[in-house]
Design a protein around this ligand. Structure first.
Ligand code: MSP
Length: 644
């Protein structure tokens, strides 16, 4: 048994949403690094699962006319099947409805309560039902959830609170003393500036407005907040709070919590604070990956993209999909998915570069030597170069994988694949085959090609496990014993190859895209588009040109009685007709600050009624700080001037 351990987790997925390639991306990354660590001799524990409580599930079950448990049971098997299909090598699958988990969560709540970190209070806030999150007025953006952008509703209830505020300084100290905790590191500033510095408020951790959750041990009228329930899965899965906590003692703290960037706050603020309250060490690293998005606008609308991983894996094979996701999305960044890109990658990287290398080499070994490479071999010019790059590739692939930079690691491996293909062009085996005297050199060339491919089969194993096996079969090799094999050029004494099927058949892109378009439909609209996630879409100049910006003079201004935030402005915009605009700037400006000033008016905005005032446009202002707004004033610009 190894003394090196590696514990990695994925988020536990909501069974209420259909899992798509974005979720698959998350899990496939965790799988690749788990496989790599196992190959390197780490005692590895890879956890995934489902997050099954909460109001959303309760509502959906009601709609379906079944109990919440029946509802989730129906879906969870499908999620497990998806991971089986994708060759996910998780060591455990946790469901938050598992009895051991529920018991441990109650114990955790009790411990925090006994410590004085939980108290009963009453909660008033803005609630986002789909995210099951409460927000304060300042956190909500224009009455919408800052995470998902959907409308929030005012809600109030008696509830238990966790003293999150008590942990603000401790969290900052921890971040500072653990520079590797955030990956990528830029997420640290984001959390500190957006959440901790403005002041951490105590966290509401119980609900009494619905039933589907783990009861609060000291008051069963309340259920425990889903995020407290869900986050603790990372320790309950290891037996924390049960009779047998040997796995917890062995594997905790987690080496990596791998998550999507949208749930960074929960994992780097709430979760560490809960752990501090429980006197449990904190995870080593929280890796926040980016999102797999569809390009907004034209392409997704006109063509549609198939985003169901089951359909994609059926059409192209599991490894092709794994490869694409791991190669296409950079470290911590968003990636744009399209079926067209996927097909291009399959054709160029998998069918052309890797597939051809294997089939050409095996075919040549077969043709020239009947499958078995003779022992008599002679070295030649480009061999050392190939061997040197093999060694460098191992180091590059390792460094990138250790840093969870999957795309970089694959890119290093593919450089070696290209170099090996180039080696065939340099050595021209077909010419060597013509001269009897060149046969020992030909044997060396084919042998070197087989060695390169063997090394490639080890390097790609964490990413493309099935392909690695298929390649090794064609080379007549057994299972990989050790990762270090990819660092030895010349490991095998000879090769007896066996011709096999084409590993990645080429796809007729045009025909395939047409078929996909016909096949697609249902899932076209339920996948996140780039602009929905990032909040800001890239627009063309033609889109910008649609906005009519005009200079307008404020001729009158007064507060709006029904809304403390609003001012009602009367503007002169050069048309001769006075224009009324309501603007939410009362906190920063008094009417007299504005009268007589010239502002920027969005003049062709559809009118909207705001607290009884019909607003015919809006004026532009900048967010100048966390809680500061500055209206844009113009000087020396006549009323009605067009701004472009
Ligand atoms: N249940 C919570 C996690 C609790 S962990 C203690 C949850 N579930 S989720 O199903 O909504 O999302 C699971 C993960 O999938 C998140 O990390 C999220 O970022 C990720 N993704 C969802 N859509 C995604 C993409 N389009 N692209 C990449 N990852 C995405 O959040």
């Amino acid at each position: 048994m190894s003394d090196k351990k590696f514990y990695i987790t994925t988020p536990i997925y909501y069974p209420s949403d259909k899992l798509h390639i974005g979720h698959t991306y998350s899990t496939v990354q965790a799988d690749a690094v788990s496989r790599y660590k196992r190959m390197r001799g780490y005692d590895t524990f890879f956890l995934t699962g489902t997050d099954e409580h909460g109001q959303k599930i309760e509502d959906k079950a009601k709609e379906a006319g079944v109990t919440p448990k029946e509802y989730v049971d129906r879906i969870v098997d499908g999620i497990k099947d998806l991971w089986k299909l994708m060759n996910i090598s998780n060591d455990k699958f946790i469901r938050t409805t598992d009895e051991y988990h529920e018991k441990a969560v109650q114990l955790i709540f009790q411990k925090m309560y006994d410590k004085g970190d939980i108290y009963l209070g009453s909660y008033e806030g803005l609630y986002c039902k789909p995210c099951e999150s409460f927000w304060t007025e300042t956190q909500a953006v224009d009455g919408k959830c800052p995470d998902c952008g959907r409308p929030v509703i005012k809600a109030s209830e008696q509830a238990y609170f966790f003293r999150l505020s008590k942990y603000a300084d401790k969290l900052l100290e921890y971040y500072d003393s653990h520079p590797d905790f955030f990956a990528p590191s830029m997420r640290q500033a984001e959390m500190v500036n957006n959440f901790i510095k403005p002041g951490l408020q105590d966290l509401c951790i119980s609900r009494s407005t619905f039933k589907w959750g783990i009861p609060v041990p000291i008051n069963p009228d309340h259920v425990i907040y889903v995020w407290l329930d869900a986050l603790t899965n990372y320790i309950t899965a290891l037996g924390y709070g049960s009779e047998d906590d040997s796995l917890f003692r062995k594997f905790w703290p987690a080496d990596v919590h791998l998550i999507g960037k949208d749930i960074t706050r929960f994992h780097t603020i709430y979760w560490p604070a809960f752990l501090m309250s429980l006197d449990i060490p904190l995870p080593e690293k929280v890796y926040c990956h980016g999102w797999v998005l569809l390009e907004g606008g034209k392409m997704s609308k006109s063509k549609g993209n198939v985003v169901d991983p089951v359909k994609l894996a059926e059409r192209y094979g599991v490894d092709a999909l794994r490869y694409y996701l791991l190669r296409e999305v950079g470290y911590g960044a968003d990636g744009v998915f399209s079926n067209e890109n996927l097909i291009n990658r399959i054709n160029s990287d998998l069918a052309n570069d890797l597939g051809n290398l294997v089939s050409r080499t095996v075919a040549m070994a077969d043709k020239y030597f009947g499958g078995t490479i003779p022992a008599e071999r002679v070295k030649g010019e480009p061999d050392d170069d190939l061997i040197a790059l093999a060694a460098k590739t191992k180091t590059d692939a390792e460094n990138s994988l250790d840093g969870l930079c999957f795309a970089d690691s694959l890119s290093a491996i593919w450089k070696f694949i290209s170099r090996t293909n180039k080696y065939i062009d340099e050595t021209t085996p077909w010419t060597l085959a013509k001269e009897e005297s060149s046969i020992p050199r030909l044997a060396q060339v084919i042998y070197n090609l087989c060695e390169s491919i063997r090394i490639i089969s080890v390097l790609i194993a964490p990413f493309l496990p099935e392909t690695s096996d298929k390649i090794r079969q064609q080379l007549g090799l057994g299972a990989i014993e050790d990762w270090e094999e990819c660092g030895v050029f010349g490991k095998e004494s000879t090769y007896s190859v066996q011709k096999g099927e084409i590993i990645f058949p080429r796809i007729d892109a045009e025909k395939e895209l047409a078929e996909l378009e016909a096949l697609n439909g249902a899932n076209k609209n339920d996948y996140p588009h780039k602009e929905e996630i990032e909040g800001v879409a890239k627009i063309g100049i033609e889109d910008f040109a649609k906005v009519d910006l005009r200079a307008a003079k404020v001729t009158a201004c007064e507060p709006v009685k029904k809304a403390k935030k609003l001012l009602q402005l009367t503007l002169s915009d050069g048309t001769g007709e006075p224009r009324t605009v309501a603007s939410g700037i009362a906190k920063w400006y008094k009417p007299e600050d504005l009268i007589g000033k010239t502002v920027v008016l969005v003049s062709n905005l559809k009118p909207a009624v705001l607290c009884g005032v019909e607003s015919q446009g809006m004026i532009l202002a900048a967010t100048a700080g966390e809680d500061d707004v500055k209206v844009l004033f113009l000087e020396g610009v006549p009323e009605g001037s067009k701004i472009s």
